[in-house]
Design a protein around this ligand. Sequence first.
Ligand code: CA
Length: 462
Amino acid sequence: MPYDINETHDPKLESWVESANDPETDFPIQNLPWCVYFIEESLDFEPIGGLGVRLGESVVAIEPLIEAHLLDGVRAGDVSLLDFGTLPEFQALGSTLHRTLRARLVELLTADNTELRGNRGLRNAALLPIDQLLTLPLAPFPNYTDFYASLHHATNVGSMFRPDNPILPNYKHIPIGYHGRASSIVPSGTPIRRPVGQQAPAEEGGTPGFGPCKLLDYELELGVIVGRGNELGVPISMEDVEDHIFGMCILNDWSARDMQKWEYQPLGPFLAKSFASTVSSYIVTMEALAPFRTPAFERAASDPQPLPYLDSKYNRTHGGVDITVEAYLTSADMRKRSMAPVQLSKGSFKDMYWTIGQMLAHHASNGCNMQPGDLLGSGTISGPKRENRGCLLELTWDGDPMATPPIAAPGTQRTPIKLPTGEERKFLADGDEIILKAYCERDGFRRIGFGECRGIIEPARR
Ligand code: CA
């Protein structure tokens, strides 16, 4: 099995870094997600930073550990951890080396280990308090592709846009996706400027409008970060595919629905999506996610089975990942009045129709070369129930595609979400903040989390 459960997942493990033992933390010793950090007070001068893993309320910097020869034993065959110079080279080292590195980091940070803890100078250089840092995802992402892997989301949206024909005939045969825009991916906390663009004419045959988006939405997604790439012309098989995945992060695929509706046919989303996408600061590794793997989505008996190039025994039994995802909203007024964010939705990544392995294998099946650090979005994560709907387009829609005949199919009926200030939302207003969270829980294992993915809407540029 590509990612097995081992001693690094032991729920009894504790760290000498006390804050990592807090039962509420997203970042216990069993997690160790990767980030790039910068020491905040250095940013005005010559920025000091590097690669690190989050642990409790600290980041553990990797470079001081390498310089102190504490990671010399981290090898896989001929490859040593010391062979990586750039971030993509590090991500491409492959799961065997990453597994060895994880085991060594867990060893160094475990409660009774004194190799790092006992060396005060080194400890101060390597263990950095989070409140003095800016943490960023492992970026830039060379490429970005967004999928559409939730059948629940596709059915809801399809029912609104094409009531007679919500699920197109290809959907259950190929993981649908489109090439996104890597240059406009921003880290959590970056303000999101409301986009301006062309929108559908008010009546058929009329003139389209051009102006600030009126139907701005978020999409609750997870991102997959490619580890090892593949050569141009050489596909990735389902047997190998998990070894090409470095880890996962939270992704908000901001969407301009009025622009999307006007432009999406015939070639799919374009400017409705490319103005910004937000990612969380931390990449949770596939090793850390091993205890939370689940069987792939159970297809209805009447559904087609995946073609052989999208099928493997491992994928059937472990292709899914049980990650709980949540979306929250605060308005500017709510923040002014110190009100807690309102939860918009809660769902699970295990409800996705296509697995992360299938998305990556399909992407490379034509010989397209995937590169270390490439970002694959999952598509909006929606589940069978109303509270599982991962965007406002679905949440404020009165429809139910499961009802016969479907209720409110054309998407004309919308029930706004009521906020504690008395404000109402069908789509996002200027000043609104969207906060996405993700975490994994399973009996017998330590809870691990992804941190947060945040963005506040700013008014359109005049
Ligand atoms: Ca999307």
